[in-house]
Design a protein around this ligand. Sequence first.
Ligand SMILES: *[C@@H]1O[C@H](CO)[C@@H](O)[C@H](O)[C@H]1NC(C)=O
Ligand SMILES: *[C@@H]1O[C@H](CO)[C@@H](O)[C@H](O)[C@H]1NC(C)=O
Ligand SMILES: *[C@@H]1O[C@H](CO)[C@@H](O)[C@H](O)[C@H]1NC(C)=O
Ligand SMILES: *[C@@H]1O[C@H](CO)[C@@H](O)[C@H](O)[C@H]1NC(C)=O
Ligand SMILES: *[C@@H]1O[C@H](CO)[C@@H](O)[C@H](O)[C@H]1NC(C)=O
Ligand SMILES: *[C@@H]1O[C@H](CO)[C@@H](O)[C@H](O)[C@H]1NC(C)=O
Length: 936
Amino acid sequence: MKKTTLIFLHFSIYFSTFFHLLSHANSQLSTQEQGILLNLKKLWGNPKSLKHWIPTNSSSHCSWPEITCSNDSIIGLSFRDYNINGTVAPFICNLKNLATFDVYNNSFHSTEFPIALYNCSKLEILDLSENYFYGAIPNDIHRMSWLRELSLEGNNFDGNISSSIGRLTELRKLMLSSCPFTEMEALEQLDLSENNLIGKIPDSLFMPKNLRIVYLYKNKLSGEIPQVVKALNLDVIDLSENNLTGTIPDDFGKLGNLTGLALFFNQLSGKIPDSIGRLPKLINLRLFNNNFSGSLPPEFGRYSMLEEFQVSTNKLTGQLPEHLCDNGKLLGVVAFENQLNGGLPKSLGNCSSLELVKIYKNKFSGNIPNGLWTSSNLTMLMLSDNSFTGELPGRLARNLARLEMNNNRFSGKIPQGMSSSTNLLVLKASNNLFNGTIPRDLSRLTILLLDRNQLSGSLPSDINSWKSLNTLNLSQNAISGQIPEELGSLPSLTELDLSENQLSGLIPSKLGLLKPTSLNLSSNHLTGSIPTEFENDAYAYSFLNNPGLCANRPSRYLNLENCSSRHQKSSKTSYKLIAWIIGLVVAVLLGLFISFFVIRNYKQGKHGLHLTWKLVSFQKLNFTELDILSGLTANNLIGSGGSGQVYHVVVNHSSDSVAVKKIWNNRKLEKKLEKEFLAEVKILSSIRHANIVKLLCCISNDNSKLLVYKYLDNRSLDQWLHRKSRATTFSSSINHVVLDWPKRMHIAVGAAQGLSYMHHDCSPPIVHRDVKSSNILLDLDFNAQIADFGLAKILIKEGELATMSAVAGSFGYIAPEYARTTKINEKIDVYSFGVILLELTTGRKANDGDEHTSLAEWALRHIQDGKPIGDALDEEVKESCHLNEMCHVFKLGLYCTSTQASTRPSMKEVLKVLLQCSQPVRNGEKNVIIEMFFPS
Ligand SMILES: *[C@@H]1O[C@H](CO)[C@@H](O)[C@H](O)[C@H]1NC(C)=O
Ligand SMILES: *[C@@H]1O[C@H](CO)[C@@H](O)[C@H](O)[C@H]1NC(C)=O
Ligand SMILES: *[C@@H]1O[C@H](CO)[C@@H](O)[C@H](O)[C@H]1NC(C)=O
Ligand SMILES: *[C@@H]1O[C@H](CO)[C@@H](O)[C@H](O)[C@H]1NC(C)=O
Ligand SMILES: *[C@@H]1O[C@H](CO)[C@@H](O)[C@H](O)[C@H]1NC(C)=O
Ligand SMILES: *[C@@H]1O[C@H](CO)[C@@H](O)[C@H](O)[C@H]1NC(C)=O
């Protein structure tokens, strides 16, 4: 025992001496490193966020939360969201063991990349994202040779992508655009998408051997695609939406593992290399909107499980590849707008996976392969503007919804009952050689275009199955007989063109009840008086060249004779014998008749212009009433809502677009709507704000009211958040359809600015009363503008409750007190806006909590049940780098939807919080405000 103790003692003396020496060295290093930190703090102006940096002993800094130590030496510095405004000091690299330097989301600034960091010889992880660094990414950045993860997004770096990034041999992940890192073996994924990168792609892009994914889409890159490819394991290459020129590298033909190739929206040219057609794993090919020419590789689809084949809008010639569907996976052939010719590959007639075929505007000829018409999954078949021949089959694919075959040489008859067994909604077959009669059974068709064919016979009268029809164009055929009265009872018909046929007889008065937005009965043999509803300048061109037609009340625009004078004339010429007697009687009656009308017209004249359209404008316009009226066609219909239809009209043959809202003229609602209309005009004409939809003018007569707004290209927010099925991959131009979080945030801020303006900067303040995502319109840059003030009312006194006459709004958005009492103030808009914030963060609809609740109730219960907010967020946009911000906005949404109106914030406060969530902060205010709302 004693001996052991002695030995132990001995050892312990030995060791304690050793440790003493060691710790002396350590404490020297510690003291030195602590000094560096304190210098940093001073250099950065003693920021509040570092006020706890007060040393108590030589290693106490290792317990500060920003610092990571190993063996008392600093290996990590992390200042995420610290509100530090400073520079990266060269002496940071005196921290000899520094491996991580993370200053995400501060106000670090410098006119160039902080090359001082080159001296940090152990730096592995560098995150400079969301700061104010400028200038080019340096050419010698590879000198940071130990770097594994580099994150630079959210700065103002510009210029070329430095090729030396490719020489960072240890780099596993490079982030200029997206979210924090995950461990990877070596650089496998290069994501520089959606930056403002300009210049050429470095020649070494495809050199790293382990590279699998290259995303460079949505930049402004020019020049050619690097020709040499060493990264033979590449899985996906997406260089789309740049300005690239030149050809597809032949080396791409060696990429035995390539599944996706996206080069669309560039200016690439030349022939598509045949070797691409033989890639054994290729699934998605998207080459549309380039200048590719020559013939397509003949072996596409032969060796791979090809699903998407998209080569539209190029200059391709020759035939479609024969083998596209050899492996039975092909979903779509999108090859429109090329100069392809010949017949369609026979194999397409035996391709049951096929969902879309869009090959319009080519030079195809021959017959459609038989099986294609009935292909079981086919929903869209677009063949217009080719030279196809052949006849329609008796039966079509059950799922086919849209068949477009305008401007071809199809012939034969339109099979009776063709659409009865299908889901066909649209049939466009203008300008072909069809003959025979008009089919009786149209079941679900909404659009039927058969103009410029050789159809004959009369219009059927048992047309119960035409109920869904809203556009019918049969012009320039040889249709005879009368217009059936039943046409007047089709509930949805808004556009009717029967011009240039041989129709005769009277126009059924019932047709007047339709009040179609577009009507053309010109160049027929119709007789008698037109229905009174059509005695209206909007129909000025509807009845041309029908010598037998007349109007009871002709006008300057309506080029028709007066029916009464016509009677007089014909009676004189037809019956000579009793001409005098009848002439006398007629003359007397006519005198009475005319004087009646003269007086009536005179009276009406006094009461305003009964039939003419009146345009009230609030600014200089470059269009006329007629431009607008002629644009109200079913093709231009983009929506119909509670109180009217909305059309998208291109005016002036220019690119100018307007949205026209046509208020229903349903008698029952007339008074209420008249009031809405006047409110909308009055309020909107007095508001000028970037986040409020601009009203250009309104056009009205006694029957109709048209509001003309600036058209916003991206329509309304709800269509982006809640489109029923996300646009298919084939809706070529919209490829990245999910609204990402930064866009959603931008929209929230814009809408809040608009509402805040109405509540706080208008005198008297304006309450919208119907804030919902379908009333938030988006322009091309996703700037939000609030629309539809139909229900807005001006409050008499700020903050005072106004009693409204009726409850209006939409389920899910209505504040509880509004539903109960009909007494409201601005806080009901805050509630509805809160619901929009919840929609933006969760992706759910306002009325989609679960079975019985609204979204607001659902969100509240989610929190009350103690579930993490993260679980409620929209999976489509949830990324760790935005998580914090999304959680804040979710909470803000909850706060806005408090049941107690008084506890809801004002729009001004809401806006302030959103602004501070969404922008890097300068003045240290951020945390204060956010904590004010969300004490943790
Ligand atoms: C130094 O201070 C830190 C906290 O301030 C403490 O955790 C640590 O034990 C102290 N070390 C020494 C050697 O006193
Ligand atoms: C692409 O290049 C053309 C000229 O080659 C230029 O006019 C155009 O603005 C460029 N587009 C982009 C998005 O950089
Ligand atoms: C493709 O992947 C397989 C493994 O799935 C691998 O064996 C092959 O080497 C890869 N590369 C090429 C060029 O085929
Ligand atoms: C047709 O579509 C259905 C549903 O999307 C799918 O399950 C089926 O596999 C498709 N048929 C073919 C032959 O691909
Ligand atoms: C329709 O045209 C075809 C020739 O394309 C002709 O054989 C047929 O008789 C025509 N039918 C009618 C009803 O005119
Ligand atoms: C940071 O400080 C500099 C002066 O040192 C000042 O010019 C700049 O505006 C500040 N940046 C921010 C974002 O506050």
